[in-house]
Design a protein around this ligand. Structure first.
Ligand SMILES: *[C@@H]1O[C@H](CO)[C@@H](O)[C@H](O)[C@H]1NC(C)=O
Length: 370
């Protein structure tokens, strides 16, 4: 049953239902109205009428299959998990040549980059709104505590989750209304500072910046390091207490358990498609930080999403950038959003692939932030 519902969910959900094509199309430059995002769906949990739905946005390299373990667990915890593939990951519409040009070169200027990021946000918000309508999901209650939707933005997925919120004011009215009256929580889950446009510290290291690694092996080496465990000293809250390079012997990198489960080939995207995220982070810093601060701290956004709970989630054995990003938001909030309520949750013992290695810890943490 569960397998069947996930399989059925691989069908693409057309982002733009026929009735909305004109409005959507008129808002978005360079976007074909027939844009689809593919997804996996854990299905409605049995016997729960007012369950919440978690829309999970993946990061670099790993497609939405990376959320399979929390999808398997979702019915028993009374929630539904829908894992979306971002463009251009498998089953979702490819990026156009014009879009790739803006992403890979920075485009003609700040306005074009901002419009591009808004478009990515609109796609996710529209997907969620259409999913709520098409599958008649339990709506969010007036107190924001039951039903409704949660966006989980993992790693490089976080800026796309945040863009869905920061760009919501320019969505067509019916989509904006469904989205904003049902979104109860946004969770930034282990985003590096660069993913939200905040500075990268001098301690930063990863295989992608090590040019002694042959170019064709850099992504793979990155994947191995990224899915390792790290022994940090986080007690002093100092970047120098983090283990930026050396991995922990305490547990095997998740890459190998995924490989042992024979899922690696299906889950990992190492081709050109997967490589659009890096230039986006590199060129779009100003837009990413503006989008994150708007989604988290802007008064008009708060008015549009009156029940929205904002959270930052991180495992304490994850790669250093995750803890760095967690602290960076805490520091940034003191300056840019001192009056906004943000919940910070650190998980014990999990790494960057906690949703694969420790799905119960991670899904329970997500539910606690819903
Ligand atoms: C992670 O959190 C657990 C529980 O608080 C703690 O026992 C452990 O020492 C922490 N690990 C690190 C690396 O800080």
């Amino acid at each position: 049953m569960r397998f069947f519902s996930q399989l059925a969910g691989v069908l693409s959900l057309l982002l733009v239902l026929p009735v909305h094509i004109a409005a959507f199309n008129s808002l978005i430059v360079n976007t074909n109205p027939n844009i689809a995002l593919s997804y996996l769906d854990s299905g409605a949990p049995r016997g729960v009428s007012n369950y919440p739905t978690i829309f999970a946005i993946h990061g670099m390299i790993f497609s939405n299959l990376v959320f399979q373990k929390i999808m398997d667990l979702a019915p028993s915890l009374g929630v539904r998990v829908v894992a979306v593939n971002r463009r251009p990951f498998p089953g979702s519409t490819s990026l156009t040549a014009a879009e790739l040009n803006v992403i890979n070169t920075g485009g003609s200027g700040a306005d074009e980059r901002a419009a591009q990021l808004d478009t990515r946000g609109h796609e996710i918000a529209t997907f969620i709104s259409n999913f709520i309508t098409q599958f008649n999901l339990p709506r969010m209650s007036a107190d924001g505590k039951t039903g409704g939707a949660i966006i989980l933005g993992w790693s490089v997925g976080a800026p796309y989750a945040l863009a869905a919120i920061s760009a919501a004011d320019s969505l067509p009215t019916p989509i904006k209304s469904t989205f904003s009256t049902n979104l109860r929580s946004v969770i930034v889950y282990e985003a590096a500072p660069i993913a939200i446009g905040l500075p990268t510290p001098p301690q930063n290291w990863n295989a992608l910046v090590d040019n002694t690694i042959p170019a064709n092996l850099q992504l793979q080496a990155f994947g191995q390091w990224l899915t390792s465990y790290f022994d940090h000293d986080i007690s002093k809250r100092s970047l120098d207490g983090l283990s930026w390079v050396i991995t922990s012997p305490s547990r095997t990198p998740t890459l190998y358990s995924i490989a042992a489960a024979k899922k690696l080939d299906a889950m990992q995207e190492l081709g050109a498609d997967a490589q659009t995220d890096l230039p986006m982070l590199f060129f779009f810093g100003d837009q990413l930080v503006a989008s994150y601060r708007k989604a988290f701290y802007d008064a008009n956004v708060a008015a549009l999403f009156p029940k929205l709970k904002r959270s930052v989630l991180c495992g304490n054995k994850t790669a250093a950038f995750g803890i760095n990003g967690f602290w960076a938001i805490q520091d940034d909030q003191k300056v840019n959003g001192p009056k906004t309520s943000v919940t910070y949750k650190m998980m014990s013992g999990t790494n960057h692939l906690g949703h694969w290695d420790d799905p119960s810890t991670v899904l329970n943490a997500i539910i606690s932030l819903a």
